[in-house]
Design a protein around this ligand. Structure first.
Ligand code: NAD
Length: 255
């Protein structure tokens, strides 16, 4: 019977020290998985691993800057050392773009967005796929955004890289479809995380402004993204690959 029990599976998560990454790490651990919580900020990754252990789960933390091929390789080595194999990867780490019309975007900011939000997904998959092949298959979920499927004023760099994540996901899914590796993307709407706090300014007016984009009248919770990542990575999603799953309270539906 297909289910979403992840007992015995090992899950590798980037950006696991905060927001969507942390919620997903906790959810996978609660469903039986071994969780490798990685982040550029090792203290936050360790806090996530600690949270999991407090709840009786199994987790290790690793520092991993997703712009560094060496960091990614080392964190995956630590994964194999600790748990013996890799089954699921959630390539989620990302940064926001300051609101700015295209001609005012700093070249350094553009390069940073491409490195952290787009090239990182290529680098992570490049190192993860050989391990998943050794495991006889598995699941990769890459974090795109509602900004991966629509244009957003003041967000040219962010929308460019998040559209790019979806294109890369679809092509890579085709490359590996016959091997038992499924590769999908998620496209969250407005989710209540520290990133959204920074983006909205964290003020009541800022919150109201972003919530106004949500037909359901509220922000999403990180756990509501975690459940989608779990579905895509479980046997319940076994026939799904190359898909970009929008989970956004209707934000992009009526535009
Ligand atoms: P967050 O800022 O709460 O968490 C992001 C985590 O990524 C942090 O722990 C940060 O330390 C880590 N990180 C940043 N740069 C890194 C790097 N170079 N290497 C490794 N880790 C790094 O953000 P979040 O809201 O949880 O966002 C997670 C993902 O979801 C991002 O890719 C973001 O673009 C995407 N997203 C978020 C929303 C939203 O509304 N919050 C909507 C759509 C998409």
């Amino acid at each position: 019977m297909p289910n979403n029990d992840f007992t015995g599976k090992t899950v590798f998560i980037t950006g696991a020290g905060s927001g969507i990454g942390r919620a997903t790490a906790v959810a996978f651990a609660a469903s039986g998985a071994n969780v490798v919580a990685t982040d550029i900020d090792i203290d936050s990754a360790s806090a996530t691993a600690g949270l999991i252990e407090e709840q009786g789960g199994r987790s290790i933390a690793a520092r991993c800057n997703v712009t560094s091929s060496d960091d990614i390789a080392a964190a995956l080595d630590a994964t194999i050392d600790a748990f013996g194999q890799l089954d699921i990867a959630f390539n989620n780490a990302g940064i926001e773009q300051p609101v700015s019309p295209l001609a005012d975007i700093d070249e350094d900011d553009w390069d940073r967005l491409v490195a952290v939000n787009l090239k990182s997904v290529y680098l992570c998959m490049k190192h993860q796929i050989p391990l998943l092949l050794e495991s006889g298959g598995g699941s990769i979920v890459n974090t795109s955004s509602g900004a991966g499927v629509i244009g957003i004023r003041g967000q040219s760099a962010y929308t460019a890289v998040k559209h790019g994540v979806i294109g890369m996901t679809k092509s890579a899914a085709l490359d590996y479809a016959a091997t038992g590796i499924r590769i999908n993307a998620i496209c969250p709407g407005i989710i209540e995380t520290p990133m959204m706090g920074r983006f909205s300014g964290g003020t009541p007016e800022g919150r109201d402004r972003v919530i106004a984009q949500e037909p359901v009248g509220r922000m999403g919770r990180p756990e509501e993204i975690a459940s989608a990542v779990q579905w895509l990575s479980s046997d319940l999603g076994a026939f799904t690959t190359g898909h970009a799953l929008v989970i956004d309270g209707g934000q992009t539906v009526g535009l």
